[in-house]
Design a protein around this ligand. Structure first.
Ligand code: ACO
Length: 431
Protein backbone atom coordinates (compact mmCIF):
# COMPACT_ATOMS: atom_id res chain seq x y z
CA UNK A 1 0.00 0.00 0.00
CA UNK A 2 1.28 3.48 -0.89
CA UNK A 3 2.56 5.46 2.07
CA UNK A 4 0.64 8.55 3.16
CA UNK A 5 3.75 10.69 2.88
CA UNK A 6 5.58 12.96 0.46
CA UNK A 7 9.33 12.62 0.02
CA UNK A 8 11.41 15.64 -0.82
CA UNK A 9 14.99 15.46 -2.06
CA UNK A 10 17.60 18.15 -1.54
CA UNK A 11 19.34 18.05 -4.93
CA UNK A 12 22.40 19.80 -3.55
CA UNK A 13 23.13 17.09 -0.95
CA UNK A 14 21.03 14.13 -2.12
CA UNK A 15 19.43 13.98 1.34
CA UNK A 16 15.82 12.75 1.40
CA UNK A 17 13.12 13.66 3.85
CA UNK A 18 9.82 11.88 4.19
CA UNK A 19 7.07 14.23 5.26
CA UNK A 20 3.67 13.04 6.54
CA UNK A 21 0.44 14.09 4.84
CA UNK A 22 -2.30 15.46 7.02
CA UNK A 23 -5.67 14.46 5.63
CA UNK A 24 -8.87 16.19 6.64
CA UNK A 25 -12.39 14.82 6.27
CA UNK A 26 -12.72 16.35 2.79
CA UNK A 27 -10.56 18.67 0.72
CA UNK A 28 -6.90 18.59 -0.25
CA UNK A 29 -4.36 16.97 2.09
CA UNK A 30 -1.54 19.10 3.51
CA UNK A 31 2.14 18.19 3.63
CA UNK A 32 3.25 18.52 7.25
CA UNK A 33 6.50 20.46 6.93
CA UNK A 34 7.06 21.16 10.63
CA UNK A 35 10.28 19.07 10.63
CA UNK A 36 11.65 20.67 7.43
CA UNK A 37 13.73 23.42 9.06
CA UNK A 38 15.05 21.09 11.75
CA UNK A 39 16.06 18.39 9.24
CA UNK A 40 17.07 20.45 6.19
CA UNK A 41 17.65 23.94 7.53
CA UNK A 42 15.22 25.27 4.90
CA UNK A 43 12.11 27.41 5.28
CA UNK A 44 9.17 27.35 2.87
CA UNK A 45 8.29 30.45 0.87
CA UNK A 46 4.60 31.09 0.18
CA UNK A 47 3.69 34.80 0.13
CA UNK A 48 -0.06 35.30 0.29
CA UNK A 49 -0.34 31.73 1.70
CA UNK A 50 -1.33 30.34 -1.70
CA UNK A 51 -0.45 26.76 -0.65
CA UNK A 52 -0.42 26.98 3.12
CA UNK A 53 -2.86 25.46 5.62
CA UNK A 54 -2.22 27.49 8.76
CA UNK A 55 -4.25 25.28 11.10
CA UNK A 56 -6.60 22.32 11.41
CA UNK A 57 -10.24 23.30 11.81
CA UNK A 58 -13.67 21.66 12.04
CA UNK A 59 -15.78 24.76 11.57
CA UNK A 60 -16.14 25.76 7.92
CA UNK A 61 -15.32 24.02 4.65
CA UNK A 62 -14.94 25.79 1.31
CA UNK A 63 -14.45 24.05 -2.03
CA UNK A 64 -13.57 26.92 -4.31
CA UNK A 65 -13.63 24.89 -7.52
CA UNK A 66 -17.10 23.49 -6.98
CA UNK A 67 -18.52 26.57 -5.21
CA UNK A 68 -19.31 24.70 -1.98
CA UNK A 69 -19.59 26.22 1.50
CA UNK A 70 -20.36 24.11 4.57
CA UNK A 71 -20.75 25.27 8.18
CA UNK A 72 -20.00 22.29 10.47
CA UNK A 73 -20.89 20.07 7.51
CA UNK A 74 -24.22 21.71 6.67
CA UNK A 75 -24.48 23.21 3.14
CA UNK A 76 -25.01 26.97 3.23
CA UNK A 77 -28.00 26.63 0.89
CA UNK A 78 -29.85 24.42 3.42
CA UNK A 79 -29.03 26.70 6.35
CA UNK A 80 -30.11 29.73 4.31
CA UNK A 81 -33.44 28.10 3.54
CA UNK A 82 -34.30 26.53 6.90
CA UNK A 83 -32.30 28.13 9.69
CA UNK A 84 -31.69 31.59 11.13
CA UNK A 85 -28.69 33.60 12.27
CA UNK A 86 -28.70 32.90 16.01
CA UNK A 87 -29.20 29.18 15.46
CA UNK A 88 -26.24 29.11 13.06
CA UNK A 89 -24.15 31.17 15.49
CA UNK A 90 -24.83 28.43 18.07
CA UNK A 91 -23.87 25.80 15.50
CA UNK A 92 -20.54 27.49 14.85
CA UNK A 93 -19.74 28.06 18.52
CA UNK A 94 -20.82 24.68 19.88
CA UNK A 95 -20.39 22.38 16.86
CA UNK A 96 -23.97 21.04 16.66
CA UNK A 97 -27.40 22.48 15.93
CA UNK A 98 -29.16 23.29 19.21
CA UNK A 99 -32.28 21.58 20.49
CA UNK A 100 -35.18 23.83 21.56
CA UNK A 101 -33.94 24.28 25.13
CA UNK A 102 -30.36 24.96 24.08
CA UNK A 103 -31.51 27.53 21.55
CA UNK A 104 -33.78 29.25 24.08
CA UNK A 105 -30.99 29.36 26.70
CA UNK A 106 -28.46 30.66 24.19
CA UNK A 107 -30.85 33.28 22.90
CA UNK A 108 -31.62 34.41 26.47
CA UNK A 109 -27.94 34.65 27.30
CA UNK A 110 -27.25 36.78 24.22
CA UNK A 111 -30.18 39.05 25.13
CA UNK A 112 -28.87 39.38 28.68
CA UNK A 113 -25.67 40.94 27.34
CA UNK A 114 -26.91 43.35 24.66
CA UNK A 115 -26.38 46.56 26.64
CA UNK A 116 -23.03 48.31 26.81
CA UNK A 117 -21.62 50.02 29.87
CA UNK A 118 -22.88 53.62 30.00
CA UNK A 119 -19.38 55.03 30.33
CA UNK A 120 -18.41 53.29 27.11
CA UNK A 121 -20.74 55.67 25.29
CA UNK A 122 -18.51 58.59 26.20
CA UNK A 123 -15.68 57.01 24.18
CA UNK A 124 -17.46 58.07 21.01
CA UNK A 125 -16.98 61.74 21.79
CA UNK A 126 -13.24 61.24 21.32
CA UNK A 127 -13.78 60.39 17.65
CA UNK A 128 -13.90 63.06 14.99
CA UNK A 129 -17.54 63.85 14.13
CA UNK A 130 -17.24 62.36 10.64
CA UNK A 131 -15.11 59.33 11.61
CA UNK A 132 -15.77 56.27 9.49
CA UNK A 133 -17.96 53.94 11.62
CA UNK A 134 -15.40 51.13 11.08
CA UNK A 135 -12.82 53.28 12.90
CA UNK A 136 -15.02 53.74 15.96
CA UNK A 137 -16.21 50.10 15.86
CA UNK A 138 -12.60 48.91 15.92
CA UNK A 139 -11.68 51.21 18.82
CA UNK A 140 -14.76 50.61 20.94
CA UNK A 141 -14.76 46.80 20.50
CA UNK A 142 -11.08 46.77 21.58
CA UNK A 143 -11.97 48.92 24.59
CA UNK A 144 -14.30 46.17 25.91
CA UNK A 145 -11.06 44.63 27.24
CA UNK A 146 -10.98 47.36 29.87
CA UNK A 147 -14.54 46.57 31.03
CA UNK A 148 -14.18 42.80 31.26
CA UNK A 149 -10.66 42.11 32.58
CA UNK A 150 -11.75 38.58 33.63
CA UNK A 151 -11.80 37.69 29.93
CA UNK A 152 -8.01 37.95 29.98
CA UNK A 153 -8.06 34.54 31.69
CA UNK A 154 -8.41 32.75 28.39
CA UNK A 155 -7.62 29.35 29.91
CA UNK A 156 -10.81 29.44 32.00
CA UNK A 157 -13.54 27.87 29.83
CA UNK A 158 -16.31 29.73 31.66
CA UNK A 159 -14.64 33.10 31.04
CA UNK A 160 -14.17 32.18 27.40
CA UNK A 161 -17.86 31.34 27.03
CA UNK A 162 -19.04 34.55 28.72
CA UNK A 163 -16.68 36.59 26.55
CA UNK A 164 -18.01 34.81 23.44
CA UNK A 165 -21.61 35.62 24.37
CA UNK A 166 -20.70 39.23 25.21
CA UNK A 167 -19.07 39.73 21.82
CA UNK A 168 -22.05 38.28 19.92
CA UNK A 169 -24.48 40.34 22.02
CA UNK A 170 -22.71 43.70 22.17
CA UNK A 171 -21.26 44.12 18.71
CA UNK A 172 -24.61 45.17 17.14
CA UNK A 173 -25.12 47.72 19.92
CA UNK A 174 -21.63 49.13 19.34
CA UNK A 175 -22.07 49.10 15.54
CA UNK A 176 -25.36 50.99 15.79
CA UNK A 177 -23.82 53.50 18.21
CA UNK A 178 -20.93 54.05 15.77
CA UNK A 179 -23.47 54.92 13.10
CA UNK A 180 -25.62 57.12 15.32
CA UNK A 181 -22.55 59.06 16.44
CA UNK A 182 -21.46 59.57 12.82
CA UNK A 183 -24.80 61.22 11.97
CA UNK A 184 -25.24 63.07 15.26
CA UNK A 185 -28.33 61.19 16.42
CA UNK A 186 -28.90 59.86 19.97
CA UNK A 187 -27.91 56.28 20.66
CA UNK A 188 -30.85 53.86 20.75
CA UNK A 189 -30.82 51.20 23.47
CA UNK A 190 -31.20 47.53 22.53
CA UNK A 191 -34.70 46.12 22.66
CA UNK A 192 -34.58 42.50 23.79
CA UNK A 193 -38.11 41.72 22.62
CA UNK A 194 -36.76 41.93 19.06
CA UNK A 195 -34.81 39.21 17.26
CA UNK A 196 -31.10 39.80 16.70
CA UNK A 197 -31.19 41.50 13.29
CA UNK A 198 -34.47 43.33 13.94
CA UNK A 199 -32.86 44.76 17.08
CA UNK A 200 -29.86 45.97 15.06
CA UNK A 201 -32.13 47.64 12.51
CA UNK A 202 -34.08 49.29 15.32
CA UNK A 203 -30.93 50.63 17.00
CA UNK A 204 -29.67 51.99 13.67
CA UNK A 205 -32.77 53.33 12.02
CA UNK A 206 -35.15 54.41 14.79
CA UNK A 207 -35.06 57.67 16.76
CA UNK A 208 -36.37 58.10 20.32
CA UNK A 209 -38.86 60.75 19.23
CA UNK A 210 -40.71 58.64 16.66
CA UNK A 211 -42.47 55.29 16.56
CA UNK A 212 -40.59 52.87 14.41
CA UNK A 213 -41.84 49.60 13.09
CA UNK A 214 -39.44 46.98 11.88
CA UNK A 215 -40.30 45.71 8.44
CA UNK A 216 -40.24 41.90 8.72
CA UNK A 217 -38.97 41.60 5.13
CA UNK A 218 -36.00 43.81 6.01
CA UNK A 219 -35.25 41.88 9.22
CA UNK A 220 -35.44 38.54 7.40
CA UNK A 221 -33.20 39.76 4.58
CA UNK A 222 -30.60 41.00 7.06
CA UNK A 223 -30.76 37.73 8.99
CA UNK A 224 -30.04 35.82 5.79
CA UNK A 225 -27.18 38.10 4.72
CA UNK A 226 -25.69 37.74 8.22
CA UNK A 227 -25.88 33.94 8.01
CA UNK A 228 -23.99 34.01 4.71
CA UNK A 229 -21.25 36.20 6.20
CA UNK A 230 -20.79 34.26 9.45
CA UNK A 231 -17.60 32.41 8.69
CA UNK A 232 -15.35 31.61 5.77
CA UNK A 233 -12.49 29.47 7.09
CA UNK A 234 -9.00 31.04 7.17
CA UNK A 235 -9.65 34.34 5.36
CA UNK A 236 -7.53 37.41 6.21
CA UNK A 237 -9.56 38.72 9.14
CA UNK A 238 -10.01 35.26 10.69
CA UNK A 239 -6.33 34.48 10.27
CA UNK A 240 -5.55 37.82 11.89
CA UNK A 241 -7.78 36.96 14.85
CA UNK A 242 -6.07 33.58 15.19
CA UNK A 243 -2.59 35.08 14.87
CA UNK A 244 -3.16 37.78 17.47
CA UNK A 245 -5.03 35.28 19.67
CA UNK A 246 -2.09 32.87 19.51
CA UNK A 247 -0.15 35.25 21.75
CA UNK A 248 -2.71 34.69 24.52
CA UNK A 249 -4.19 38.17 24.26
CA UNK A 250 -7.80 38.68 25.36
CA UNK A 251 -10.71 38.00 22.95
CA UNK A 252 -11.86 41.64 22.69
CA UNK A 253 -8.40 42.70 21.54
CA UNK A 254 -8.47 39.84 19.02
CA UNK A 255 -11.82 41.04 17.65
CA UNK A 256 -10.40 44.55 17.13
CA UNK A 257 -7.61 43.07 14.99
CA UNK A 258 -10.18 41.14 12.95
CA UNK A 259 -12.17 44.32 12.35
CA UNK A 260 -9.08 46.19 11.17
CA UNK A 261 -8.16 43.39 8.73
CA UNK A 262 -11.71 43.23 7.43
CA UNK A 263 -11.81 46.94 6.62
CA UNK A 264 -9.54 46.75 3.54
CA UNK A 265 -11.19 46.93 0.09
CA UNK A 266 -9.62 43.59 -0.94
CA UNK A 267 -11.62 41.96 1.89
CA UNK A 268 -14.75 43.19 3.71
CA UNK A 269 -14.37 46.75 2.48
CA UNK A 270 -15.34 45.48 -0.97
CA UNK A 271 -19.10 45.78 -0.29
CA UNK A 272 -18.74 49.54 0.23
CA UNK A 273 -16.38 49.74 -2.75
CA UNK A 274 -18.92 47.96 -5.01
CA UNK A 275 -21.59 50.57 -4.37
CA UNK A 276 -19.09 53.40 -4.85
CA UNK A 277 -18.03 51.74 -8.12
CA UNK A 278 -21.62 51.29 -9.35
CA UNK A 279 -22.34 54.94 -8.54
CA UNK A 280 -19.22 55.96 -10.46
CA UNK A 281 -20.14 53.83 -13.48
CA UNK A 282 -23.57 55.42 -13.28
CA UNK A 283 -25.09 54.02 -16.45
CA UNK A 284 -25.02 50.78 -18.46
CA UNK A 285 -23.57 52.71 -21.39
CA UNK A 286 -20.35 53.22 -19.37
CA UNK A 287 -19.85 49.53 -18.53
CA UNK A 288 -17.48 48.71 -21.39
CA UNK A 289 -15.22 51.61 -20.41
CA UNK A 290 -14.93 50.28 -16.82
CA UNK A 291 -14.45 46.69 -18.00
CA UNK A 292 -11.51 47.91 -20.09
CA UNK A 293 -10.11 49.80 -17.08
CA UNK A 294 -10.36 46.62 -14.96
CA UNK A 295 -8.43 44.68 -17.61
CA UNK A 296 -5.74 47.34 -18.04
CA UNK A 297 -2.68 46.35 -15.97
CA UNK A 298 -1.54 49.99 -15.90
CA UNK A 299 -4.80 51.05 -14.28
CA UNK A 300 -5.23 50.29 -10.56
CA UNK A 301 -9.02 49.93 -11.03
CA UNK A 302 -10.41 46.46 -10.29
CA UNK A 303 -13.95 45.27 -10.66
CA UNK A 304 -14.98 45.34 -7.02
CA UNK A 305 -17.02 42.38 -5.81
CA UNK A 306 -15.37 40.20 -8.44
CA UNK A 307 -12.75 37.51 -7.87
CA UNK A 308 -11.86 35.49 -4.83
CA UNK A 309 -8.73 33.76 -3.59
CA UNK A 310 -10.52 30.46 -3.05
CA UNK A 311 -13.63 30.51 -5.29
CA UNK A 312 -12.79 29.77 -8.90
CA UNK A 313 -16.50 29.30 -9.51
CA UNK A 314 -19.61 31.31 -8.65
CA UNK A 315 -19.50 32.14 -4.91
CA UNK A 316 -22.47 30.17 -3.46
CA UNK A 317 -23.22 33.09 -1.15
CA UNK A 318 -23.44 35.48 -4.12
CA UNK A 319 -25.94 33.13 -5.77
CA UNK A 320 -28.21 33.28 -2.71
CA UNK A 321 -27.86 37.05 -2.32
CA UNK A 322 -28.50 37.66 -6.02
CA UNK A 323 -31.77 35.73 -5.75
CA UNK A 324 -32.65 37.62 -2.59
CA UNK A 325 -32.12 40.94 -4.39
CA UNK A 326 -35.13 40.22 -6.60
CA UNK A 327 -37.33 39.37 -3.61
CA UNK A 328 -36.24 42.33 -1.47
CA UNK A 329 -36.49 44.84 -4.29
CA UNK A 330 -39.88 43.44 -5.19
CA UNK A 331 -41.24 43.83 -1.66
CA UNK A 332 -39.37 46.90 -0.41
CA UNK A 333 -38.15 48.82 -3.37
CA UNK A 334 -38.29 48.85 -7.07
CA UNK A 335 -37.54 45.62 -8.95
CA UNK A 336 -36.29 47.75 -11.81
CA UNK A 337 -33.89 49.56 -9.45
CA UNK A 338 -31.29 51.10 -11.83
CA UNK A 339 -28.41 50.13 -9.50
CA UNK A 340 -29.50 46.47 -9.56
CA UNK A 341 -29.95 46.57 -13.32
CA UNK A 342 -26.48 48.06 -13.66
CA UNK A 343 -25.00 45.33 -11.43
CA UNK A 344 -26.78 42.58 -13.41
CA UNK A 345 -25.55 43.98 -16.71
CA UNK A 346 -22.00 44.44 -15.38
CA UNK A 347 -21.98 40.82 -14.22
CA UNK A 348 -23.28 39.63 -17.60
CA UNK A 349 -20.64 41.58 -19.54
CA UNK A 350 -17.81 40.39 -17.26
CA UNK A 351 -18.91 36.75 -17.33
CA UNK A 352 -18.78 36.83 -21.13
CA UNK A 353 -15.39 38.51 -21.31
CA UNK A 354 -12.38 36.28 -21.88
CA UNK A 355 -10.27 38.21 -19.32
CA UNK A 356 -12.66 37.31 -16.49
CA UNK A 357 -13.53 33.85 -17.84
CA UNK A 358 -9.90 32.74 -18.23
CA UNK A 359 -9.01 33.96 -14.73
CA UNK A 360 -12.15 32.40 -13.25
CA UNK A 361 -13.30 35.71 -11.81
CA UNK A 362 -16.91 35.48 -10.61
CA UNK A 363 -19.05 37.75 -8.44
CA UNK A 364 -18.27 37.24 -4.76
CA UNK A 365 -20.47 37.71 -1.67
CA UNK A 366 -19.94 41.47 -1.71
CA UNK A 367 -21.15 42.10 -5.25
CA UNK A 368 -24.86 42.11 -4.42
CA UNK A 369 -25.02 42.62 -0.64
CA UNK A 370 -24.69 46.41 -0.91
CA UNK A 371 -27.74 46.63 -3.18
CA UNK A 372 -29.84 44.99 -0.47
CA UNK A 373 -28.31 47.09 2.32
CA UNK A 374 -29.17 50.18 0.33
CA UNK A 375 -32.83 49.16 0.00
CA UNK A 376 -32.93 48.47 3.75
CA UNK A 377 -31.88 52.08 4.31
CA UNK A 378 -28.37 51.27 5.50
CA UNK A 379 -25.86 53.90 4.38
CA UNK A 380 -22.84 52.88 2.30
CA UNK A 381 -20.25 53.60 4.99
CA UNK A 382 -22.02 51.06 7.27
CA UNK A 383 -21.75 48.16 4.81
CA UNK A 384 -18.41 46.89 6.11
CA UNK A 385 -19.59 47.42 9.68
CA UNK A 386 -22.53 45.10 8.91
CA UNK A 387 -20.06 42.54 7.63
CA UNK A 388 -18.00 42.85 10.84
CA UNK A 389 -21.08 42.35 13.04
CA UNK A 390 -22.12 39.29 11.04
CA UNK A 391 -18.59 37.82 11.00
CA UNK A 392 -17.76 38.43 14.69
CA UNK A 393 -19.26 35.11 15.94
CA UNK A 394 -17.23 33.32 13.25
CA UNK A 395 -14.06 34.97 14.57
CA UNK A 396 -15.08 33.95 18.09
CA UNK A 397 -15.67 30.31 17.03
CA UNK A 398 -12.25 30.21 15.35
CA UNK A 399 -10.58 31.82 18.36
CA UNK A 400 -12.24 29.31 20.73
CA UNK A 401 -11.14 26.42 18.54
CA UNK A 402 -7.57 27.69 18.43
CA UNK A 403 -7.29 28.31 22.17
CA UNK A 404 -8.48 24.80 22.99
CA UNK A 405 -6.20 23.10 20.43
CA UNK A 406 -3.82 20.86 22.47
CA UNK A 407 -0.73 21.75 20.41
CA UNK A 408 -1.60 25.44 20.10
CA UNK A 409 1.52 27.60 19.74
CA UNK A 410 2.27 31.22 19.03
CA UNK A 411 1.92 31.92 15.27
CA UNK A 412 5.31 33.10 14.12
CA UNK A 413 6.15 32.98 10.39
CA UNK A 414 9.73 33.36 9.16
CA UNK A 415 11.10 35.30 6.19
CA UNK A 416 13.66 35.25 3.42
CA UNK A 417 15.97 38.06 4.45
CA UNK A 418 17.14 40.15 1.49
CA UNK A 419 18.73 43.08 3.33
CA UNK A 420 22.37 44.08 3.85
CA UNK A 421 24.89 41.48 5.06
CA UNK A 422 26.62 42.21 8.40
CA UNK A 423 28.64 45.43 8.14
CA UNK A 424 30.44 47.79 10.50
CA UNK A 425 28.99 51.02 11.76
CA UNK A 426 30.64 54.09 10.22
CA UNK A 427 30.89 57.22 12.34
CA UNK A 428 28.96 60.20 10.98
CA UNK A 429 32.19 62.03 10.07
CA UNK A 430 33.16 59.19 7.71
CA UNK A 431 29.84 58.85 5.81
N1 ACO B 1 -10.81 42.93 -11.41
C1 ACO B 1 -9.89 42.80 -12.40
N2 ACO B 1 -8.92 41.87 -12.39
C2 ACO B 1 -8.88 41.04 -11.34
C3 ACO B 1 -9.80 41.12 -10.27
C4 ACO B 1 -10.79 42.11 -10.33
N3 ACO B 1 -11.69 42.22 -9.35
N4 ACO B 1 -9.50 40.17 -9.35
C5 ACO B 1 -8.44 39.51 -9.81
N5 ACO B 1 -8.05 40.03 -11.03
C6 ACO B 1 -6.98 39.53 -11.89
C7 ACO B 1 -5.62 39.92 -11.34
O1 ACO B 1 -5.19 41.16 -11.89
C8 ACO B 1 -4.77 38.77 -11.81
O2 ACO B 1 -4.52 38.92 -13.19
P1 ACO B 1 -3.11 38.41 -13.83
O3 ACO B 1 -3.13 36.93 -13.64
O4 ACO B 1 -3.18 38.84 -15.25
O5 ACO B 1 -2.03 39.08 -13.06
C9 ACO B 1 -5.69 37.56 -11.68
O6 ACO B 1 -7.01 38.09 -11.82
C10 ACO B 1 -5.58 36.84 -10.33
O7 ACO B 1 -5.82 37.79 -9.30
P2 ACO B 1 -5.01 37.90 -7.94
O8 ACO B 1 -5.00 39.31 -7.48
O9 ACO B 1 -3.68 37.22 -8.09
O10 ACO B 1 -5.93 37.02 -7.01
P3 ACO B 1 -5.92 36.99 -5.44
O11 ACO B 1 -6.42 35.67 -5.05
O12 ACO B 1 -4.58 37.40 -4.90
O13 ACO B 1 -6.95 38.15 -5.04
C11 ACO B 1 -9.00 39.25 -4.55
C12 ACO B 1 -8.29 37.90 -4.73
C13 ACO B 1 -8.21 40.14 -3.57
C14 ACO B 1 -10.38 39.02 -3.95
C15 ACO B 1 -9.12 39.95 -5.94
O14 ACO B 1 -9.88 39.13 -6.80
C16 ACO B 1 -9.73 41.33 -5.84
O15 ACO B 1 -9.00 42.31 -5.57
N6 ACO B 1 -11.09 41.47 -6.02
C17 ACO B 1 -11.75 42.74 -5.88
C18 ACO B 1 -11.97 43.05 -4.40
C19 ACO B 1 -13.07 42.19 -3.79
O16 ACO B 1 -14.15 42.02 -4.34
N7 ACO B 1 -12.78 41.68 -2.58
C20 ACO B 1 -13.73 40.86 -1.81
C21 ACO B 1 -13.28 39.42 -1.74
S1 ACO B 1 -14.51 38.47 -0.92
C22 ACO B 1 -14.33 38.82 0.68
O17 ACO B 1 -13.27 39.11 1.17
C23 ACO B 1 -15.49 38.75 1.54
Amino acid sequence: MAKDTVTIIDNSTGKELELPLRRGTIGPAAVDITSLYREFGYLTYDPGFMSTASCRSSITYVDGNEGVLLYRGYPIEQLAEHSHYIEVVYLLLYGELPNQQQLADFSDSIKAHTMINESLKSFYHGFHHDAHPMASLMGVVGSLSSFYPDAADIYDSQQREIAAHRIVAKIPTIAAASYKYSIGEPFVYPKNSLAYCANLLNMMLSVPSEDYEINPVAAKALDLIFMLHLDHEQNVSTSTVRLSGSTGTNPFACMATGISALWGPAHGGANEAVLTMLEEIGDVKNISKYIEKAKDKNDPFRLMGFGHRVYKNYDPRAKIIRKMCYEVLDKLGDSSDPMFELALKLEEVALNDDYFVSRKLYPNVDFYSGIIYRVLGIPTNMFTVMFAVARAPGWVAQWLEMITEPDQRIGRPRQVYEGAKPRDYLPLSKR
